[in-house]
Write a protein that binds this ligand. Structure first.
Ligand SMILES: [Zn+2]
Length: 173
């Protein structure tokens, strides 16, 4: 396994709709493992393939982040929200592609997601709480959407400017 560099917003690859995966090859299984390792290393609770520059519909997540909690890693190919509750939840979200920036986003409180696991088996599960927020945030990445796209334009512009500056500073370091 290896840790992949994470793209920082703004980057055109973070705004691109990712392609469906038709065949889960050994290469894609390895990619899923690399993404989990990259996510745990960051540390983060979710990561989408476009965030490491791969435009395929693949996300990983593990929201079992309490001290001493057993890891619950998910790797989902072609994840799809097939049902969303009318009830909403507000969560303060962050993103590994938008470091040190957090904002409240309103989303459905519960969702049912259908996906294919790394062995090629179809799966379906209901997610609530932080898991529901996280899975929707990651699926958004596959459609070229970031959590800051839910914010008012002015707030979004301020964050984007901060990221441009951060990238410039990191480039110089
Ligand atoms: Zn994100």
């Amino acid at each position: 396994m290896s840790i992949r560099p994470i793209l920082i917003h703004p980057d055109p690859r973070l705004k691109t709709v990712a392609d469906p995966v038709s065949d889960i090859t050994a290469e894609l299984q390895k990619l899923a493992e690399d993404m989990l390792e990259t996510m745990y290393d960051a540390p983060g609770i979710g990561l989408a393939a476009p965030q490491i520059g791969v435009l395929s519909r693949l996300i990983v997540m593990d929201c079992a982040k309490d001290e001493g909690a057993r890891p619950q890693p998910f790797a989902m190919f072609n994840p799809e929200v097939v049902w969303a509750s009318d009830d909403k939840n507000i969560h303060e979200e962050g993103c590994l592609s938008i470091p040190e920036t957090y904002a409240e986003v309103t989303r459905p409180a519960e969702v049912i997601v259908r996906w294919t696991d790394p062995s090629g088996d179809p799966k379906e599960d209901k997610f609530t709480g932080l898991w529901a927020t996280c899975v929707q945030h990651e699926i958004d990445h596959l459609d070229g959407k970031l959590f800051i796209d839910y914010l008012k334009p002015l707030k979004r512009q301020l964050i984007t400017r901060k990221m441009v500056k951060l990238k410039r500073e990191r480039g110089r370091a």
